[in-house]
Design a protein around this ligand. Structure first.
Ligand code: NAP
Length: 281
């Protein structure tokens, strides 16, 4: 079997087009503020891309680039100003932050209704208890890819590899919401490959290049690769060994061009959702 390649780039483009159409009909444009502390090159690229795509869908982009020695107090003050700025409906603080700043303290300072990353405890609590809130962008993007590929996910056995707060845990909660039977495996799970090999859906969010091999995947399963890694030759690759797994999977996301583009598109989707919620009050 040769897997269908899930074209995340095209699906993300379609989603951004839909968002742009909706935004063009709005009188006031939604505003997204992105805050970056320091000069990490990868974060700078992410922030530039986010600003570019925000403008492309017709939203207002507010960029705040702060020096690496910015204090926690100064960063929280900026977040509070953005909370009170009526032109801003979405706030994203680019992670990771420098070590002297508590990420939790900064995330908790963001008004939950403007928390377009969906990391605030109010939003993660809502997701855990099945209430409507803002959902982390990467898992949201994975669900869209899965539904476009498989249709109804109800009753499917999904195995999520990884349990981080930004990917694994919200991913599991979203799959549960879709009525999947969900298993989460992590670094302390004995024989994770045996569990993964039973799944109809495998979502890999580990952070280890090409870690998930053919033996981890049931023939015909749908494989979503969240990983973004550099291999020993500095080549971009996922957490899944694409070459071997694509021989037996039913469908698989490539890296790059799979989950990555969906993350930014879902950030814009969340900004529009946040805008609509704030305007309806
Ligand atoms: P993370 O916080 O480092 O979490 C990794 C998870 O993998 C942990 O829960 C860890 O288990 C688990 N793990 C590690 N080794 C394992 C093993 N041998 N078997 C099973 N599980 C194992 O990483 P993350 O933030 O979730 O990110 C994961 C990957 O996704 C990274 O490559 C990251 O760059 C990428 N990512 C991509 C996007 C995107 O837009 N495409 C967005 C976010 C992240 P323990 O909890 O037991 O340590």
């Amino acid at each position: 079997m040769t897997a269908i390649i899930i074209d995340g780039k095209a699906i993300a483009e379609g989603l951004r087009k839909q968002i742009a159409e909706e935004v063009s009909g709005l009188k006031n444009k939604p505003g997204l503020a992105v805050v970056l502390v320091g000069e990490d090159p990868a974060s700078q690229v992410y922030v530039r891309n986010k600003a570019k795509m925000t403008a492309e869908v017709g939203m207002q982009s507010f960029e705040h680039i702060l020096p690496v020695d910015t204090s926690e107090r100064a960063l929280i003050r900026l977040v509070e100003q953005l909370n009170n700025n009526p032109a801003v409906q979405g706030i994203l603080v680019q992670l990771p932050l420098p070590k002297h700043i508590s990420e939790n303290a900064v995330i908790e300072a963001i008004a939950p209704e403007k928390d377009v990353d969906g990391f605030h405890v109010v939003n993660s609590g809502k997701l855990a208890t099945g209430q409507e809130g803002l959902v982390p962008c990467t898992p949201l993007g994975c669900i869209i890819l899965l539904k476009q590929t498989l249709g109804d996910l109800s009753g499917k056995h999904a195995v999520v590899i990884g349990r981080s707060n930004i990917v694994g845990k919200p991913m599991a909660a979203l799959l549960l919401k879709e009525n999947c039977t969900v298993t989460v495996v992590h670094s302390k799970t004995p024989n994770p490959e045996k569990i993964s090999a039973q799944a109809d859906i495998v979502v890999a969010a580990i952070g280890k290049p090409r870690f998930v091999k053919k033996e981890w995947v049931k023939p015909g399963a749908c494989v979503i690769d969240v990983g973004i890694n550099r291999d020993e030759n500095n080549k971009l690759c996922g957490d899944v060994d694409f070459a071997s797994v694509s021989e037996i999977a039913g469908a698989i996301t490539p890296v790059p061009g799979g989950v990555g583009p969906m993350t930014i598109a879902c950030l814009l989707k969340n900004t529009l959702t946040a805008y609509k919620q704030q305007m309806s009050k």
